[in-house]
Design a protein around this ligand. Structure first.
Ligand code: ATP
Ligand code: MG
Length: 208
């Protein structure tokens, strides 16, 4: 199947960006013959507690460092610069307007798909782009997900499910390992690892 002029959009908190994100984006790009994949670090993800999050400036810079060797990867400040919560529907509406002739594909892992029905205006969002969901170890789509009424018949025709080599890693685990003084080498690009140490990120202990 050949998709012409397809643009991938990879949203996330990226706290920090890791090789699971990078492989997902590259796997989908290659499989769908995409022109490029745009990474969009969320300034204020609706489902995460902002107090626990690394400032957007650091997360944005780490994504810049992580993607610099891939000519197909770009980063967008659209959510960094938008005030208020970072809703995907607002971001996709922006890209829809900016690229009226492109097929837009929002890329996400299985865990994100499972929360999709709780996103802002999902019924509008499904009219604006397609979705590529990549496998993520530890997450399966239960049959009950497809049995839900309403949204799923709208989503299903726009949804592509893609198996990729399982990457059983998460930003949470990386943050925890750094806090415990454990190695995170090879879980994220070397430049990102160096940035984390240089700026002493993730060293704060949960103990009070
Ligand atoms: P956290 O543990 O802080 O939630 P995370 O590793 O889940 O971090 P996010 O920034 O929350 O990273 O995820 C951004 C997107 O990347 C989501 O759609 C998520 O499903 C996907 N993703 C993250 N890690 C993986 C992975 N290892 N394999 C496949 N998809 C992933
Ligand atoms: Mg996550």
């Amino acid at each position: 199947m050949v998709f012409l002029s397809a643009l991938g959009i990879m949203g996330g908190t990226f706290d920090p960006v890791h090789i699971g994100h990078l492989l997902a984006a590259e796997w989908v790009r290659s499989e769908f013959n995409m022109d490029k994949v745009v990474f969009i670090p969320a300034a204020s993800p609706p489902h995460k507690d902002e107090g626990d999050m690394t400032p957007i400036e650091h997360r944005y810079r780490m994504v810049e460092l992580a993607i610099q060797d891939n000519p197909y990867f770009e980063i967008s400040p659209v959510e960094k610069e938008r005030k208020g919560k970072s809703y995907t529907v607002d971001t996709i509406a922006y890209f829809r307007e900016r690229y009226p002739d492109k097929d837009l594909y929002f890329i996400m892992g299985t865990d994100s798909l499972l929360s999709f029905p709780t996103w802002k205006k999902p019924e509008l969002l499904v009219t604006l782009c397609s979705f590529v969901v990549v496998s993520r170890p530890g997450y399966v789509i239960p049959a009950s997900f497809w049995e839900k009424e309403g949204l799923l018949p709208l989503l299903q025709p726009k949804l592509y499910i893609l198996e990729m080599p399982g990457m059983d890693i998460s930003s949470s685990e990386i943050r925890e390992r750094i806090k415990q003084g454990k190695s995170v080498k090879y879980l994220l690009p070397r430049e990102v690892e160096e940035y984390i140490y240089k700026h002493s990120l993730y060293r704060r202990s949960y103990d009070v």
